[in-house]
Design a protein around this ligand. Sequence first.
Ligand code: PEP
Ligand code: MN
Length: 337
Amino acid sequence: MIIVLKPKTSKKEAERVMAKIRENGLEPVPLFGIERTVIAVIGDSRTEALDGMKAMECIEKITSILKPYKLASREYKPDNTIVKVGDVEIGGKDFVIVAGPCSIESESQIMEIALFLKKVGIKILRASAFKPRTSPYSFQGMGLKGLKLLKQVKERTGLLVETEVMDVRDVKISAEYVDMLRIGARNMQNFDLLKEVGKVNIPVILKRGMNATISEFIMAAEYILSRGNKDVILCERGIRTFETAYRNTLDISAVPTLKKATHLPVMVDPSHSSGKRGLILPLSRASIAAGADGLMIEVHPNPEQALSDGEQSLYPEQFSKILEELKPICKVMGRNL
Ligand code: PEP
Ligand code: MN
């Protein structure tokens, strides 16, 4: 349920409406806009419960939203959300590429790639300290040591840093070391983890689960939003289909579909979508053309030696070339890169 207040309704009157909502055992989440205030009603909001409110003078309309998500919906917030990470804006005019290795492997590896990325104009470095690996025998990430290296890199290069969290117990500590958190595909429906990142005040990149529908994906974002963290970026990273020629199938339709249904920025990860470095350029082009707000791309100083995802990681020189090739497409789409 969404309640739209008349233009120029005072804050006091809005408070009265919210008190009424609470009286009905529901939770109001206000969005104070320049023009008007919109209040999302969270909880089991059957219309009868709020019938008595229709007579309130300051209410312009009460709309019931049939979709299960509210705070993520365009009905609640028609304007695009711009998520700020340091001085970078995701979801606005700038097209943002978050790049870096799959994992942090050593001080020299992360420093080398960070310096390279800085040189080619990248502002946000991705790198995982905690790794969700299919096999328990594969490299599991450097953990806390990795987080410390990321912070060092940030201090030395001025790059903003982003990393994955897999465990509720790591959320707060990770948020002290990095500028942005990531929930990986395998944890998209780890509801306790979603609630925990909903409580920190740094942005979160939420990746689509490989078997998640669009609605389930948006509901996962709703978990984070409903706990108070409004800085959520959705990331399409390919879904599981019958196709085995590549790692996952990039669901390009997800981009315009998510942009239409929600106000949140949408990114695409062509690296995990394809599993092949040869597909990064065409998939990136398609993502920009489909209306994505940014990309997440894996780049490694020496992909042959990578401890994870070497096959899909770009060589630095390939990455620079791809960046140049993407610029004209961004321009056509009215985005700055
Ligand atoms: C990653 O981005 O490092 C990753 C593991 O991706 P995904 O969760 O999409 O598989
Ligand atoms: Mn990876």
